[in-house]
Design a protein. Sequence first.
Length: 172
Amino acid sequence: MKFTNHMRVFLVGLSVMLFCSQCTKKDTSNVVPVIEYKYFNPLDIQNAQIFINFEDGDGDLFFFSDSKDPNFFLEFEYKDSVGNFKPALWPIAISRENKPDTIIFQKKIIQYTVYHPKNLASDQYIKGTVMITLTGWRPSVLYKKFRYKIYAIDRKGNKSEIIYTPEINVNI
């Protein structure tokens, strides 16, 4: 009989704990977006998709449709022959009248804007996954081992921590 009463108290206590944990509100006090790499999907030599998990306590990570401001930023880093990651340099041609073009190389930050879904309130906790389609996702097909440096900035200017994808290997 004692065993049954103890078991009943235990089950009621467990049920109350489970119920309360399901009713707990999400922490909306963290206004800085949190991002996490999910995976990378190369479609062909020009196009790829990268999936990033996000969480934002005040729901202002996404920009409205009339905004031209980017909110996700990616930098391509290749793995050199010694095994170190280095920022890739992208070629830019500068035309000169009656002379050959000048080619300069610079680090490029891929900027992407994720727009605010219409059915989502603008001041609520949000969590999910963003898929970003990258066109020209690497400066050369010679880069087979690389990673991305990623961060996000919300409408109030709060910047997420910088994250790095694990090493990505492709054969295309």
